[in-house]
Design a protein around this ligand. Structure first.
Ligand SMILES: [Zn+2]
Length: 470
């Protein structure tokens, strides 16, 4: 019921949406490329001016560098501005400075405060206005709709609700897309959640969703017969092999999302070929390793993002040229078969999960794709960890893999070794030449629950460099 004299919107009642739509924000999501580029440049100009006027950090930077904010006219001009990292944010907040120098509006405008810990100790503070929340929710609602979710869908959110923003953003995004959220915040929810509410989607990590499937199987339920229609994974990089295994176990499509507190929210559409970047709200540049220029589309580069504020809008923490410490590739800026015009990128990989072994860069994803070879999965649970040993000054390296198996006594260890080595060394000829000479690869098969990562709190670290650098 709508109170007399007030419209539905004024009452803030969930609007009645009956049918599934192709787009959440059709005009913006299908904006022709030239108009989209024009909108981006307009927002770059407004956002840079806003930064110079409202952010203590940028105010100081423009005056120290004697640069006129008005000279930043289009997105290529962002090369003139400094690259800001998590370290920069920490260096410009208490206890390092008396105030939060990236806070870019008055306290009365700040709706929520967040902290992101990252890998190194001190958390970064992050401030959101209600406008920021609405833009975050808009970005996520577009992703939901692009994956085929809509009115009548019931989605379990297994991501944790807390100082990060992912789970809350999805919950808010559901409001205007007719989706019902079941905010369990974890994947070990009781079975009745599945039976009583017949959910149609689950958001979680690859490994949480594999665990859930295994639990259901142990309780006598085949995940392929469940009410779930689609799975959404996110929060970490993964190998295509682990995604396709998850998809096979559930018998459902698995869609990827990539998000962060800083405001990237990119998602795969039903085309399942790359993640759309909401270009009107987030500007993404890919830099070369020297961080001096942009790389061309199709080349891997470091993902640097800039928040774009619509003209007249405000922002709690404004970041221009923020280093995500992830690398990715722009696949295309051409319209997608789903009808969206926003560019698509490859699933980003974390730089902090890449280590050099005898001159070859190895990312966690390289290990993971070799673990998840289909034949291996008859014996393995998919849980793994890998350690690099050796001395930096000696040219000998040991890669030690711990692979969790359903039953170490009943497995074809030779087959798993062979499949792993074929997949791992197959695409790395230099490393393949070193194998058996100065590269040794050791396999350790563990029982369920015996990996080291189970004994460490927080996000599991699966690829660890234990070389002696002294
Ligand atoms: Zn698409």
């Amino acid at each position: 019921m709508v109170a007399e004299g007030l419209t539905v919107e004024e009452c803030s009642i969930k609007p009645e949406i009956m049918t599934k739509e192709r787009f959440f924000n059709p005009r913006i999501e299908t904006l022709p490329r030239n108009e989209l580029d024009g909108l981006i440049d307009e927002r770059v100009r407004y956002t840079v001016r806003y930064a110079a006027e409202h952010s203590p950090f940028y105010k100081k930077w423009f005056s120290l560098n004697n640069l006129d904010p008005g000279s930043i006219r289009e997105h290529e001009d962002l090369l003139e501005l400094p690259i800001v990292s998590g370290k920069t944010i920490r260096e410009h907040q208490p206890p390092e400075t008396p105030d939060f120098e990236f806070l870019s509006t008055g306290w009365e405008q700040i709706f929520t405060i967040h902290e992101t810990s990252g890998t190194s100790g001190t958390p970064k503070s992050f401030f959101l206005t209600w406008d920021d929340w609405m833009r975050y929710a808009d970005k996520y609602a577009r992703i939901f709709v692009s994956q085929g979710f809509g009115p009548g869908d019931r989605v379990i959110v297994c991501s944790t609700y807390g100082m990060n923003i992912g789970a809350n953003t999805m919950t808010l995004a559901a409001r205007d897309s007719g989706i019902t959220i079941i905010p369990t915040g974890k994947c070990n929810f009781p079975g009745r959640i599945l039976h009583n509410y017949s959910p149609t989607g689950i958001v979680g990590s690859i490994f949480k969703l594999l665990h859930l499937a295994r639990r259901m199987q142990n309780e006598g339920h085949d995940p392929r017969n469940s009410s779930i229609e689609r799975l959404i994974v996110g929060g970490e990089s993964f190998a295509e092999e682990s995604r396709s295994y998850l998809s096979e176990i559930w018998g459902r499509p698995v869609y990827n999302t990539y998000g962060s507190t800083e405001g990237t929210m990119c998602g795969e559409c039903t085309d399942l070929h790359g993640l759309h970047v909401p270009e009107d709200l987030v500007h993404l540049d890919l830099y070369d390793p020297q961080m001096e220029k942009f790389v061309s589309d199709g080349e891997r580069g470091r993902a640097i993002l800039t928040t774009l504020i619509p003209v007249g809008g405000r922002c709690g923490t404004l970041l221009l040229n923020y280093d995500t410490e992830d690398t990715t590739v722009v696949i295309t800026r051409a319209p997608c078969s789903c009808g969206r015009t926003h560019m698509k990128i490859l699933n980003p990989q974390r730089e902090s999960e890449t280590y050099w072994i005898l001159g070859t860069p190895i990312n966690k994803v390289d290990i993971e794709q070799a673990v998840f070879q289909r034949d291996n999965m008859e014996y393995l649970t998919g849980e793994y960890e890998a350690f690099i040993y050796g001395r930096d000054d000696e040219d000998e390296v040991v890669l030690r893999l711990s692979l969790e198996s359903h039953d170490p006594d009943q497995m074809d260890t030779q087959l798993v070794r062979d499949r792993f080595l074929e997949a791992f060394l197959g695409s790395k000829p230099d490393l393949a030449r070193s194998y058996g000479e100065n590269l040794e690869i050791l396999f350790n098969f563990t029982r369920p629950g015996d990996l080291e990562l189970y004994r460490v709190l927080g996000r599991p670290k699966r690829f660890i460099d234990r070389r002696d650098y002294t």
